[in-house]
Design a binder for this molecule. Structure first.
Ligand code: ADP
Length: 296
């Protein structure tokens, strides 16, 4: 399957430009859509999921025109939205059975087998009889994936799925998602850089509705080889460094401010040491061109 987006733009009626000339191509595998809050990630995902209209541009899923052939796309789609509400007083098993019926899995026996297989896949089989209201955040997210997988979708969209999960739950969720990417396009939006470096074979950085970078995470990191330097400074000196260097991130640790700078030219003086680049450097060096650097 191939999903291709060309020239997609959307401005909401309140004047907010959420997407601007977005061009992206997705093949099978995990694709990470990375960007700060308000970047336009959900707007893009809802548009691909046929839940909202674009002002201009096109989205094609193999031969399908996603913006027009919505019903056909929905049959191929699994979607886990950011705000995924569950009915608290119903068991996981009953809820999945109900959703399977809505998705057209008609025969009771077929539904029972499909629901059981899904519950096992997301590791909720032993908790299948519990009310959804008693589930932890991680269990709810895994249930969310189970409902998105009903009907064997070819395109799976998950919007900020790891927000609010503790590290163990996040790990379990990562493992589940990475199993899915083999014969399916999985698009994951996140503002957590680690989600992308752990899971995704392709990614894009989006900010203020525009795609700033798209490609392979490892390649993106390699492109910064020899260009990142770090130094621990006094907090009070930050303006001095910002004036002279392109500071891409700062982190306060043990009373010192650890800064990382991007230097395409000569090695910076002032006691900087060369640093191994990482995906966070890729992210910050891209978005630093678009947002107030003092907030980084
Ligand atoms: P993200 O998912 O990256 O946080 P969103 O797509 O939710 O970003 O939002 C992009 C921008 O569009 C934000 O400025 C947000 O406030 C605005 N926005 C999102 N949905 C609507 C809407 N329905 N009406 C008006 N503005 C919206």
């Amino acid at each position: 399957m191939l999903l291709s987006i060309e020239g997609l733009s959307k401005t909401y009626s309140n004047g907010v430009r959420a997407l601007y000339d977005v061009n992206l191509t997705f093949g099978n595998g995990m694709f990470g859509l990375l960007g700060p809050n308000g970047a336009g990630k959900s707007s893009l995902m809802r548009t691909i999921a046929t839940l909202q209209e674009a002002d201009s541009g096109s989205i094609r899923l193999d031969g399908l025109d996603v913006l027009k052939e919505k019903t056909r796309v929905r049959q191929l789609l699994g979607y886990l939205p950011q705000e995924f509400g569950v009915y608290p007083k119903i068991t996981a098993q009953r809820m999945l059975d109900h959703i399977a019926r809505l998705k057209g899995v008609g025969q009771a026996g077929e539904r029972r087998d499909a629901v059981q297989a899904l519950l096992e896949k997301v590791n909720l089989y032993k908790d299948r009889g519990k009310h959804l209201g008693t589930y932890s955040g991680g269990m709810k997210q895994r249930f969310g994936i189970a409902q998105a997988l009903i009907g064997n979708p070819k395109l799976i969209i998950v919007d900020e799925p790891t927000a609010g999960l503790d590290p163990a739950e996040r790990n379990r969720f990562y493992n589940l998602l990475s199993q899915l990417g083999q014969n399916t396009i999985v698009i994951l939006s996140t503002h957590i850089v680690e989600d992308v470096s752990t899971l995704c074979s392709s990614f894009a950085i989006i900010c203020k509705g525009e795609v700033l970078y798209a490609g392979d995470p490892e390649k993106a990191v390699n492109e910064l080889d020899g260009m990142i330097y770090s130094k621990a400074i006094d907090q009070a000196d930050i303006s001095y460094y910002r004036n002279i260097y392109q500071v891409i991130s700062t982190q306060l640790k043990g009373g010192k401010l650890h800064i990382r700078v991007l230097s395409g030219g000569a090695e910076p003086q002032d006691g900087f040491v060369p640093a191994e680049p990482n995906l966070e450097d890729v992210y910050f060096s891209n978005i630093a061109t678009r947002v107030d650097v003092n907030t980084l």
